[in-house]
Structure formats: C-alpha cells, structure tokens
Design a protein around this ligand. Structure first.
Ligand SMILES: Nc1ncnc2c1ncn2[C@@H]1O[C@H](COP(=O)(O)OP(=O)(O)OP(=O)(O)O)[C@@H](O)[C@H]1O
Ligand SMILES: [Mg+2]
Length: 238
C-alpha cells in the first residue's frame, strides 16, 4: 500500500528522529485528584545515538516514552516521530509508522502468552507482512543469551529471559528508532552487559536511534545524552 508519510521519511535524512515540544500528560488519580505525569517537556533524540532518560520511580518516564513513541496521546504539545507530526496523521498511519520505523521494549515486556519466544520475536515482521529471516532471528537471540529458549512460551521463561525476548522483538525488524523502558531491569550483570553490546551494535552498525529509560548506571554511562525527569519536568544533563 502506498503510504505518503512513511515514503517521505525514507527520502529525507533525519538529524533528530524524535522531537517533542511542550508535552503535557495528566491522569485522574483514583481519589479524583489530577496527576501531571509529564509537564511541559521538550525533547530531542539525535539520530544514530543512544539517549537515556533517568529519574525516580513515578517521575513520568514510562508516560513520556509512550508519548514519544506514539503509543499514547498528549494533552498538549507535539511529537514528530521519524519525520511525521503524529497529531497531524490518522491512527492507521501512526500504526504503520510504528510497525516500520519503531521498536518498543515495554517495562512489563507485553509478550503474547502462549506464543513461543520465536513467534513473539517474529511478530513485528509478520504484522508488517514481511518475511522472517530465521538465521538473523537465531543470531540475535543467541547474542542475547536466549538462543536455547526459542520454543518456550513466555510463561515458561524467567523474568530476565522474557525481557530479552522483548528486546529481540523490538530489534528484529531493524527499526530506525528503538524505545526501551528499563531494558535491563530484570537482568543480572552478565545478561545486562550482553544487552548493552547488542544495543551498541544496533547504533554503530545499523545507525539506529535508541531512546531508553533506565536506573542502570552502566546503561546511562553508555548513552551519548542523558536527561533527568523529576516530577514530570525534564532537564538535560549531557
Ligand atoms: N493510567 C494512569 N492513571 C493514573 N495515574 C497514572 C497512570 N499512569 C501513570 N500514572 C501516574 O503518573 C505518574 C508517572 O508514572 P510513570 O509510570 O510514567 O512513572 P515512571 O517514572 O515510569 O515510574 P517507574 O520508574 O516506577 O516505572 C505516577 O505518579 C503514576 O501514578
Ligand atoms: Mg516506568
């Protein structure tokens, strides 16, 4: 199908594949009070680099990441993702854009129950009608240390293994932009180190742009840019 929005973005080289201006997102708490989770945030992720967002629990990191990836809509402000102003296009275009250009590692993994690790990883390609390169899938899983767990369903995997399946699923389609919410949160030091290598290779060899949320200092150290979120307000640290 012809898709003007995604054709345009492939033609134009992007210096900042993710640009947000004046983002605001609030929620109504169970007691009826209003929580401003993201408060007037400006953000840019330069192409081909790792940008980290750090901050305390509850500071709004997950909410911000979901807004940046077009998974949620802001109350105010704008997001330009892979060259597309997402408020200016329909939901179907945003979905296509996400399938072709974006990988997302959810904090809670969001794997499909009952589906093998292999099929979970292959899902973004299948949803986009693309063929799955079994060798590449096996290689990626091997580098993440889950090559011998591909026939297991999520409920047969440990938390850390599930997390690595979620990372493989976000990377398999070689998206231009990868968002990862605490991608090492469930991992031991050795698995986290392999994951860092995989992410670094993604950036260096495939020029992917990575935006991640982390509490992991080793992961934040690896990032070219670090922003700190505090009660919904974002400040650039480097
Ligand atoms: N659907 C919701 N309804 C009501 N409040 C919400 C909702 N989602 C998030 N919040 C509130 O918004 C604030 C930010 O939440 P968010 O999940 O973005 O934080 P976080 O920085 O990712 O925290 P953590 O490090 O614990 O994952 C919190 O105070 C949370 O209670
Ligand atoms: Mg979170």
């Amino acid at each position: 199908m012809h898709d003007t929005a995604t054709d345009e973005l492939q033609a134009a080289p992007m210096t900042a594949p993710v640009v947000a201006r004046g983002l605001v997102k609030g929620f109504v708490a169970p007691d009826g009070s209003r929580v401003v989770a993201v408060d007037d945030v400006d953000f840019e992720a330069p192409a081909g680099e790792i940008t980290a967002i750090v901050g305390q629990s509850g500071s709004g990191k997950t909410t911000l990441l979901q807004l940046l990836a077009g998974l949620d809509k802001p109350d105010a402000g704008s997001v330009r993702l892979a060259g597309v102003e997402i408020a200016e296009v329909g939901d179907a275009t945003v979905t296509r854009l996400r399938r072709r250009q974006v990988g997302f590692v959810f904090q809670a993994f969001n794997l499909v129950p009952g589906l093998s690790a292999r099929d979970n990883i292959a899902l973004p390609l299948r949803l986009d009608g693309r063929t799955v390169d079994e060798d590449r899938l096996q290689d990626l899983a091997g580098r993440l240390g889950i090559g011998n767990r591909l026939d297991h369903a999520p409920e047969q995997l440990s938390g850390g293994q599930r997390q690595r399946v979620a990372v493989a699923r976000a990377l398999i389609a070689e998206p231009a932009i990868v968002f990862a919410d605490e991608p090492t949160g469930a991992l031991d030091a050795a698995s986290a180190a392999s994951l860092l290598e995989v992410l670094q290779e993604a950036v260096e060899e495939l020029s992917q742009t990575v935006v991640l949320v982390t509490h992991d200092l080793a992961l934040a150290d690896l990032a070219a840019h670090v922003h700190v979120l505090q009660a919904g307000r974002l400040e650039r640290q480097r």
